[in-house]
Design a protein around this ligand. Structure first.
Ligand code: CTP
Ligand code: CA
Length: 221
């Protein structure tokens, strides 16, 4: 692959990576979240830093330790916090890889005291969170935008729709079975319609393949 040909192929690339799930508070002890270990995003951040990129990692709650050699590690909880921390830095980066599993909905009311159980049924009203990637897609100037898509069916069709809707340069279609695992199989889809299937392979090697495609886009080759 391209990036193996040089020493620090991503030198001078300022890259923002998001990873992990978000936590949406119901009350002080309960949250709504997504099944995401954060491993894929952390591997991308770790490999990108090794390849010379200046990496900022914005991560939701995970059991993982921040990778060495990244420039900045920002720990957040909610989708709203991830939105704010991402937006703050967008102008000063060359690319964003949104590997985070952002919650689509958050409780309309967050109770400041613990809810006590009573009725047999309980409904919680949820409101939509901001779509971070879609907002970046509207704002982008020269930045390269990479999204992820996890689906249970019609993986590539839905992924391509998200690529267009969010004005992305590339989307990584991810199989649900990968969640929590150290292995992954992905299809990397670009704006020009090209598709590349990678894996099953360890997540660090999948990360390398994604960064290789990013390097091509960045260098315009
Ligand atoms: N994403 C985001 N902000 C959100 C929701 C998702 O930035 N509030 C990003 C994810 O990080 C991912 C991409 O959008 O890179 C696609 O996420 P996905 O959940 O697959 O798609 P959605 O657009 O949320 O649609 P749905 O969940 O209904 O399939
Ligand atoms: Ca979603």
């Amino acid at each position: 692959i391209y990036i193996l040909g040089s020493d620090k192929p991503l030198r001078d690339l300022r890259l923002l990576v998001t990873a992990g799930p978000t936590w949406e508070s119901i009350d002080p002890v309960r949250v709504i979240t997504n099944r995401s270990s954060g491993k894929m995003g952390f591997e991308i951040a770790r490999m990108a830093a090794r390849l010379g990129a200046e990496v900022t990692l914005i991560a939701g709650p995970t059991c993982l330790r921040p990778p060495f050699f990244i420039k900045e590690y920002v720990s957040i909880e909610s989708a709203q916090q991830m939105f704010e921390e991402t937006m703050k830095r967008f102008e000063s980066v060359d690319g964003v890889i949104m590997a985070a599993a952002v919650a689509d909905y958050t409780p309309a009311l967050k109770s400041s005291s613990k809810l006590k159980k009573s009725e047999e049924r309980l409904s919680i009203e949820l409101i939509k969170t901001k779509d971070i990637l879609e907002e970046l897609g509207r704002k982008k100037s020269k930045q390269i935008l990479v999204g992820f898509a996890v689906e249970t069916e019609e993986l590539e069709t839905y992924a391509e729709q998200k690529l267009r809707k969010k004005n992305l340069d590339m989307i990584v279609a991810n199989e649900v079975q990968a969640m929590g695992s150290d292995q992954n199989t992905v299809t990397i889809i670009k704006r020009d319609g090209s598709k590349k299937r990678v894996g099953p392979d360890a997540k660090d090697r999948i990360a390398l393949a994604i960064l290789d495609e990013l390097a091509h886009l960045w260098r315009g080759s």
